[in-house]
Structures are given as C-alpha cells and as structure tokens.
Ligand binder design. Structure first.
Ligand code: NZQ
Ligand code: ZN
Length: 392
C-alpha cells in the first residue's frame, strides 16, 4: 500500500428539494455577488434556474448569469465568463448543471483571480494560485466534478481538450437532488453511469501496491452502479436508483477509490479526451468505445487485477483460467446492455489512419509523453489501441 493525501473539502447537501438551500449555502460561504453558470438550457426549461435564483433572492444575494456551456465546454465562453466576473466584481460562482457547466465555472474561477491567460493552466505551463470559490447544483450524475479537483476545457484553436487539476478547484459545496436528474435523456444517464464506472476502474487497474479496503469500496461501487444503471434503463423515474448513482458519481472521483493505490491509470480518459476534442462525442460513450480495446492491450501486464475484477465485480468463477478476459467481455456486454458503444464504429466515427496518428500524437503530448499505470503507454501504444477500437 502506498501513502496518500485525501483532501475532500466539499460540503454535500443531498436529497429531494435541496436546491432550495442554494442561497443559504452561498451566504454561509460569504458569497455576496454571484455568477450563475449553466449549460445549453435544460435548467431553464426545467424551471431549476428560476428556483435557484429565487433562493439567492431570498438571501438578498446579487446575481448575474451566463449560460451556454456545451458538452466538451469551450475556452471562448470561459473568456467571456472571466470578463463578466471581473466587470461585476463577482465573489462567488454557482454552477448549475452537469460536468461541462461545472468545469467551465472552475476555469472562469481560475481566470478571474490569476493574471495572464487561463489556458496556460490547461497547457500545464503555469500553476494557478487560487480560484474564485465555487458551489454546484448538480443535474447529471457522471463526472464527479462536483467534488473533484479537475476541470476539462476544449480550446477551439486546434480543438485541444485538456484537463487541469488543482485543490483550489474543489467546490465549496455540492447540492445533489437525485430528482433533478430525472429529466435526462436515457442516453445521457447511460453515459453518466459509464463515466462513473470508468473513474473507479481507472483507479482500480494499477500496477504496484493496492489497499484492500479501497479495493472493496471500489468493487462495491462498480456493482452498485451497474445494478442501478439497469434499473434506470427500465424505470428512469426510480428515485432510489437515481440517488445510488448520484452518490456513486461523487465518490468515484473525489479521490476515495484511489487511496493507497499509488497513482491512477487514466489512460482510457486520456485517449477519450482526444476523441471528445476532435469529434465532440459524449464523454461516457467515448470511454465505453475505447475501454475494451485498452483492457485487452494492457491485460497481460496487470493480470492479477483483471482476475480480481472478473471474480469480485463481474461474478466470473475464480477457478476459470480465462477469468481476466471474461471479466472484460462481461463489462462490454454490460455497456451494450445500457446502449453504450464498444467500438469506434458503434460510437459513430471511423477515423482514418492519419486521424488516428493525430489522436495518438495529441494524446501523448497532453500526457507529457506517456500515460498509464496498469501498463505505461507511449504514443505507439496509443495508436495501436485506437486502431484496435477502430477495427472492432
Ligand atoms: O447543456 P444542457 O442544456 O444543460 O444539457 C446537458 C447536455 O446536453 C444535458 N443535461 C444535463 N443535465 C440535465 C440535462 N438534460 C436534461 N436534464 C438534466 N437534468 O446533458 C448533456 C450533457 O451535459 P454535460 O454537462 O456535458 O455532461 P457531463 O456531466 O457528462 O460532463 C461532461 C464533461 O465533463 C468532462 C468531460 O470530459 C466532458 O467535457 N469531465 C470532467 C471531469 C471533472 N471535472 O472531474 C472528469 C471527467 O472524467 C470528464 O473528463
Ligand atoms: Zn470521466
């Protein structure tokens, strides 16, 4: 087992109607002038934005708003948000939406309090010295951004999708009402469940030391999400299933399921981010389309973990000599059962050899040359995985 730092300062307020507390929570944090940031309009149509604004009004808190964060949120809107935040002397950010609105708000927060170009942080040429305090009203269980230190932004110049992680980016509070996710299209619910599974698996499949307690938490989380994803496929209005998935989303990416594992893999995420940047695919679907190819490529270097996963998560008999591969196949069957793709073709894209070379090159550059823990991947490995996912 490796040593670790676990820092999870986000206050979680969970349950039906909790969005009514948004104003009081901002006040508790000392926010006086708020920028509400949201996506393409689902929160307007559902009436959530009005309820959040009313709760700020009840506390006498000034607010301005900026919508328009798209999936794979863009840098140009971040710049607009920074300008608005500075012009209006904003001292608190409130993201209302899914990962894209939250990530975009984090980037606005970095840009508002740090000099220079905020994109430098995403290029990893500088480190942020702070961020405007941020609260979240979550509408999509997926990224875990409501408790994570990460933010992922796409720069339209070159369609570069890059992540930046900093302890300053962890939200001060997260309001989580599972009912708010009931208006999601089924596809987004499935993408979200996939992302949650992936955040857990990216920490589970590592080489080196592992912690038994962390493994058990991760395995329970994976089983819980799969079970409830199937319930939601058949009964999208099931509150308890929505609640299980929502809490799992936060725990899958707040650091808990990586404690003692000595570094995460996150290669599938790195490979997906390039697809998201270039083809604008939904993050969860992109992950599902790549994971099986990644798993087959790295499995030989990480066999004990794949065996443990197959037995403890996918229910493959321990004595089965082919358990590692059968575990991967069972997870792919699960992805298909909730309508997720398991190849690039099923994802709806067919990159040329040249495109895949570009993807692999960008992925390697973004990772500083290499990525992964189950197996360390270099550009040539990344290209092979893209090819495998493209040929299936
Ligand atoms: O934009 P609106 O109109 O709100 O519609 C969104 C969007 O079209 C819709 N939606 C969200 N909540 C809804 C709803 N529709 C109806 N009812 C609701 N309650 O769903 C669509 C997808 O929303 P988005 O926020 O883009 O999805 P998600 O939460 O999956 O976020 C994806 C982004 O987060 C990044 C991804 O790469 C991607 O850019 N990630 C962020 C991470 C982090 N910050 O820690 C980690 C992840 O691994 C991931 O990379
Ligand atoms: Zn993810």
């Amino acid at each position: 087992m490796f040593g670790f730092t676990y820092f999870t300062p986000t206050k979680v307020v969970f349950g039906r109607g909790t969005e009514e507390q948004a104003g009081a929570l901002v006040k508790e944090q000392g926010g006086r002038r708020v920028l509400i940031h949201y996506g393409g309009g689902s929160v307007v149509r559902s009436g959530l934005l009005d309820r959040v604004k009313a709760s700020l009004d009840r506390e006498g808190i000034f607010h301005v708003e900026l919508g328009g964060a798209v999936p794979n949120p863009r840098l140009s809107l971040v710049y607009q948000g920074i300008e608005l935040a500075k012009r209006e002397n904003v001292d608190f950010l409130l993201a209302v939406g899914g990962g894209s609105a939250i990530d975009s708000a984090k980037a606005i927060g970095y840009g508002a309090v740090n000099p220079g170009d905020v994109w430098d942080f995403y290029e990893h040429t500088r480190t942020a010295g702070g961020c405007l305090p941020l609260g979240v009203v979550l509408t999509l269980s997926a990224t875990g951004s409501e408790m994570s230190d990460s933010s992922v932004i796409t720069n339209e110049d070159g369609m570069k999708k890059r992540g930046y992680s900093s302890p300053y980016g962890r939200p001060k509070f997260a309001v989580m009402d599972p009912e708010l996710t009931m208006t999601l299209p089924d596809y987004q619910t499935a993408c979200g469940c996939t992302d949650i599974l992936m955040h857990t698996m990216e920490r589970y499949f590592t080489s080196g030391g592992n912690m038994e307690l962390t493994d058990s938490l991760a395995e329970a989380l994976l089983r819980t999400v799969m079970k409830n994803a199937l319930i939601l496929r058949d009964d999208p209005q099931n509150y308890d299933a929505r609640a299980e998935v929502m809490w799992a989303g936060s725990l899958s990416h707040n650091g808990l399921t990586g404690c003692g594992n000595g570094g995460n893999d996150f290669a599938t995420h790195g490979l997906e981010h390039e697809l998201g940047g270039l083809y604008d695919v939904a993050h969860g679907a992109g992950l599902a389309a790549l994971w099986g190819s990644w798993a087959r490529y790295v499995m030989g270097d990480c066999l004990p973990r794949f065996r443990k996963f197959a037995v403890n998560v996918m229910g493959i008999p321990a004595e089965d000599p082919d358990a590692p591969l059968k575990g991967v196949e069972a997870m792919e069957d699960f992805f298909r059962s909730i309508g997720m793709p398991t190849s690039l073709k099923e994802l709806g894209i067919s990159p040329s050899e040249e495109d895949m070379e570009t993807l692999a090159r960008k992925c390697a550059v973004a990772a500083g040359g290499k990525k992964g823990s189950a197996k360390v991947l270099y550009e040539a490995d990344m290209l092979k995985i893209y090819r495998m996912a493209n040929q299936r």
